[in-house]
Design a protein around this ligand. Structure first.
Ligand code: FMN
Length: 187
């Protein structure tokens, strides 16, 4: 079902970033090509080395290398992908997306992407429930982005409530369901 699909994953600086290693692994097992973009903050939560090894591609964060002038084309990345998954998506990145801010590679790529975008919010329950965040998530929905519901459960803060990142298996199931629906429609 997912064999040969090109999946771009954007990782932001939330505590659930460790779960993205499993998502990458599952997608590779399904035969996907995977590229990963990380925000600077995401690197505090999971190393680029882990995600580069699992995805079999270098992890991208910077617009360019000051040492040799080579640069990463957000436009090419946005065109390359069949699907862009942003997971975990922090309140910060969701807010920037809702407002069209373009101050890192993940955001410029999102603005350039022509493919379907799936966003998996992940944050503390009170952050997720805040009107500012709700409004920003609604704005992303109005742009046509698919929001992966943040289930309830135990949060890293010690509180219990909504805000956990969707589990890796569930994320992959959603991606499969999306491509199988698309296939049926195009038959
Ligand atoms: C230990 C720790 C855990 C955090 N977890 C989250 C989180 O789960 N969700 C979130 O929205 N922000 C979280 N933050 C705050 C973000 O790291 C912060 O807003 C950062 O600016 C996000 O940057 P980015 O969106 O560019 O990756 C956490 C911060 C710390 C120190």
């Amino acid at each position: 079902m997912l064999k040969g699909k090109k999946i771009l994953i954007g990782v932001t600086g939330g505590i659930a970033a460790y779960k993205i290693a499993t998502v990458v692994r599952l997608l590779i097992q399904e035969g996907c090509e995977v590229k990963v973009i990380m925000t600077q903050h995401a690197k505090e939560f999971i190393t680029p080395l882990t995600l580069a090894t699992l995805s079999r591609n270098p992890v991208l964060t910077e617009f360019f290398s000051p040492e040799n002038g080579s640069w990463n084309s957000h436009v090419d990345l946005g065109i390359w992908a069949d699907l862009f998954l942003i997971a975990p998506a922090t309140a910060n990145t969701i807010s920037k997306m809702a407002n069209g801010i373009a101050d890192n590679l993940l955001l410029t790529t999102w603005l350039s992407a022509r493919c379907p975008v799936f966003v998996a919010p992940s944050m503390d329950m009170d952050m997720l429930g805040h009107k500012a965040v709700r409004k920003n998530i609604d704005t992303l929905k109005s742009f046509g982005n698919h929001i992966l519901d943040a289930p309830s459960g135990e949060l890293a803060s010690g509180l219990t409530g909504k805000g956990r990142m969707s589990e890796p298996d569930d994320i992959v199931k959603e991606i499969k369901a999306f491509f199988s629906k698309k296939k049926i429609i195009s038959l």
